[in-house]
Design a protein. Sequence first.
Length: 281
Amino acid sequence: MKSFFLACLLVPGLVQAQRWHVNITGGLSNYSGDLQAQPFTFDQSFFAFGAGAQYDINRNFSLTSNISLMQVGASDRYNKPSLQFRNLSFQTKIVEWNLLAEYTFFDMSHAKISPFIFGGIAVFHFNPFAYDSSGNKVYLRPLSTEGEGLKEFPGQKPYNLTQFAIPFGGGIKFRVSDNIVLAYEIGFRKLFTDYLDDVSTHYVDKNILLAEKGPEAVQMAYRAGELKGGNPNYPVSGTVRGGPRYDDVYYYTGIRVSIALISRRDPYYGRGRIDCPKPVQ
């Protein structure tokens, strides 16, 4: 009997533990930028995965933290016709950690379905690469394809491979059981760089790029000559290569599985109550 009363004293702690959930996410990732002009598309998308934890502050507000593995990429081959002549392409893996505040409109302890929104802060790491004409994988940042970091172009600063982002989005949740909720969600990342795809401003002087970074940098900076009928002549310095007006964006869409650490049938969610008997006098 003493053990039973001791267990009763632990019930509040268990109730608090129930506010914790494990989240697992899977879906597709993509980006919008100089090589992918559409703001949202499934073309050239890649698989994305994530896992994290969720803590319910109350019936509507939650805090979540996740680590996500994504990949994005695009090629001018599939770009709008006016840009296909550049023949540029890129891919990058993205590792992201985020901290999000999430608002669910309806109380999911009673509702079977509810829309939700989220927003927060994220840190992500990327490293764009492309394949040369021989099929070799080439990382682009060290080549300074637009003169980043070269003394001759003081206005072109090197871009950092680890940066902050602002995540935001929303979706709809479906209750499957007392402790499992499925959510379809779309999440966008507002970036503070236009170099996710290594394309932003203009072509720099070929001779300077050749002297500073070598022939591979020249080859990867201007690739129109690789096309059948393409112009083999490297553009004049200052010729437009990308559009710096808008920063890049990456995003994902997928399914999240949220698993409560213990059943939702507890006093916090109003699905029943565990009461301990009074001790016998």
